[in-house]
Design a protein around this ligand. Structure first.
Ligand SMILES: Nc1ncnc2c1ncn2[C@@H]1O[C@H](COP(=O)(O)OP(=O)(O)O)[C@@H](O)[C@H]1O
Ligand SMILES: N[C@@H](CC(=O)OP(=O)(O)O)C(=O)O
Length: 516
């Protein structure tokens, strides 16, 4: 088999749940047969409807119940039933179907053993949680590999859940750890790469067991990172992340119907969009592939022939070239957006709490911030935005679940020693993202004027340190109105030019001045 020409395709949990036949018939088979690519597939755990009701969520709930010494078997049976009926509905060959059901049952029986032991102890260690969570990706990949074989596309299930040796110790997911993983993946995939006939490896997006636990180290969405590392290991031409949207839009198309599909975004923009509420791609993914000069393409399972959105730096050459004189060959001609007016996209993040701390001046100002961050760190609270003066600090914190609510309550008790503390709940961060914004004057002005015109009160303002993000904290109930109105003025193709009369391309102006 030719060892080059690899394409890595990552499928999310809801896509595996809703469109497995399309994935095999119109995507995997199309790229292997019609496009003559070597395809490697990475899957997340199956969700039949939404991620919050999917297999990973159910397995994590089992861990939660076991740690409280409570019964969890009803959830395991739900997962079992879901996968058995899915196998019966999709796998036609009786031998393949029987084998898949038996393999799936074995994996679930193993999970029950881990959970029973944890229930006795009343504690689930990060390692046990990883062992339980890994089952989701195992079941999903056993299924997709079986479906490929059922439909005449030779595939092999590849389990990465024990790729990290049990004596491996690290508390850092640093470059050397990623390099170790890439090497381990290369060795694991060697038999498939060197096989005489073409075989599609169907690889578990779970790669563990990590010393600190995959959930602690990487968080939900870890299969994107796994796919990126596989793409590097195979030196692939492209990493394709298949979703249920045509690509990355100027705003969430569910919230802003006028949102436009973007043909390209930079890795920094994709990361900011994900951090600030648009679940586009796990932010850890980009660095690995971009360093290896591999473009990422976001594509739609329901519209497989669409171009999707390319994530690639606008100033980096493609593989094998030293300069970036033109769009890399694998990218479409429309790679570079023609009409960029500064901003690329807008996003909103809900479940934000604003925390204000006013110093009682019993501490020197230089110790004030250090103490605040020590307390927040102790309770593992993340700060999305921060504005400070010498004695006053305002912070926007994502508080999405009951665990973070509890942590916030405990942190506030400690913070009160430093000064007066107040919190405002049910807020949202609205962020305008764009790599080219920094060279325009007037974009922030238009954004804030628009909010004022819509009668939306701004609680906090922040311009990200990387200058590609302008954010405002507003009430959660105003978020959609804010997205739509700012989009209409700064991102709609049909927006009247008058909205841009204050947005001056500063770099262009400087050049003009030099020429005079
Ligand atoms: N700017 C954006 N561009 C595209 N999708 C966005 C954006 N912001 C939010 N989204 C939402 O992100 C979701 C991602 O697609 P989905 O296929 O559900 O992801 P996954 O495969 O990771 O579960 C979509 O439902 C879409 O509405
Ligand atoms: N199954 C895991 C990992 C993952 O990456 O999911 P998805 O690709 O559906 O975001 C989760 O739900 O977190």
């Amino acid at each position: 088999m030719d060892s080059s020409n690899w394409v890595v395709q990552k499928f999310g949990g809801t896509s595996v749940g809703k469109f497995p036949r399309d994935i095999v018939e119109h995507i995997i088979k199309f790229y292997t047969n019609d496009q003559n690519n070597n395809v490697a597939v990475v899957c997340s755990a199956r969700s039949s409807y939404t991620k919050s009701e999917g297999t990973t969520t159910r397995l994590l709930k089992c861990c939660d119940l076991a740690s409280q010494e409570e019964e969890f078997m009803h959830l395991i049976e739900e997962v079992r039933q879901d996968h058995v009926s899915n196998a019966e509905a999709n796998i036609e060959n009786p031998a393949l179907q029987t084998r898949l059901i038996s393999d799936s049952n074995k994996e679930l029986d193993l999970v029950v053993k881990y959970l029973e032991a944890s229930k006795v102890l009343g504690e689930v260690s990060p390692r046990t949680m990883d062992l339980v969570m890994a089952c989701g990706e195992k079941l999903s990949c056993l299924f997709i590999a079986s479906l490929c074989n059922d439909r005449g596309c030779k595939a092999q299930y590849v389990d990465l859940s024990h790729i990290v040796p049990s004596d491996f110790t690290t508390n850092n997911l640093d470059t050397s750890f990623y390099a170790f993983l890439v090497q381990a993946f290369k060795e694991k995939l060697q038999p498939v790469v060197q096989a005489r006939e073409r075989i599609v490896p169907v690889i578990t997006g779970f790669f563990g067991l990590l010393p600190m636990g995959l959930l602690n180290g990487v968080g939900r969405g870890y299969t994107d990172l796994c796919a990126a590392l596989i793409a590097v290991a195979l030196n692939s031409e492209e990493l394709q992340v298949w979703k249920e949207v045509d690509g990355i839009f100027t705003a969430d198309p569910r919230k802003v119907p006028q949102a436009r599909l973007l043909s390209s975004v930079t890795p920094e923009e994709a990361a900011e969009l994900t951090y600030y509420g648009s679940e586009v791609i796990h932010p850890f993914t980009m660095e690995q592939v971009i360093r290896a000069k591999i473009p990422i393409r976001i594509k739609n399972v329901q519209n497989p022939r669409g171009d999707g959105t390319i994530i690639y730096p606008d100033n980096v050459a493609k593989k094998g070239e030293s300069t970036p004189p033109h769009p890399p060959e694998t990218l479409t001609a429309s790679f570079f957006e023609k009409r960029r007016r500064g901003a690329t996209a807008i996003t909103a993040k809900s479940d934000i709490v604003v925390l204000n701390i006013h110093s009682n001046k019993k501490t020197l100002s230089h110790g004030f911030l250090a103490q605040i961050f020590t307390i927040l760190d102790k309770y593992k609270l993340v700060v999305d935005l921060i504005c400070t003066s010498e004695v006053h600090v305002s912070m926007a914190l994502p508080i999405p679940d009951s665990a973070s609510h509890k942590a916030l309550r405990q942190a506030v008790e400690k913070l009160q020693i430093l000064g007066s503390v107040d919190i405002t709940k049910k807020m949202a961060i609205v962020s305008l993202i764009g790599k080219q914004m920094k060279q325009y004057i007037g974009i922030a002005g238009t954004m804030f004027t628009t909010l004022a015109e819509e009668n939306i009160n701004i609680e906090m303002i922040s311009q990200g340190a990387n200058e590609i993000n302008i954010s405002a904290v507003i009430e959660e109930t105003d978020a959609i109105k804010a997205l739509q109105s700012i989009h209409a003025k700064l991102l709609d193709e049909s927006a009247p030019e008058k909205y841009f009369e204050h947005a001056v391309d500063e770099r262009l102006e400087q050049i003009k001045r030099l020429e005079l």
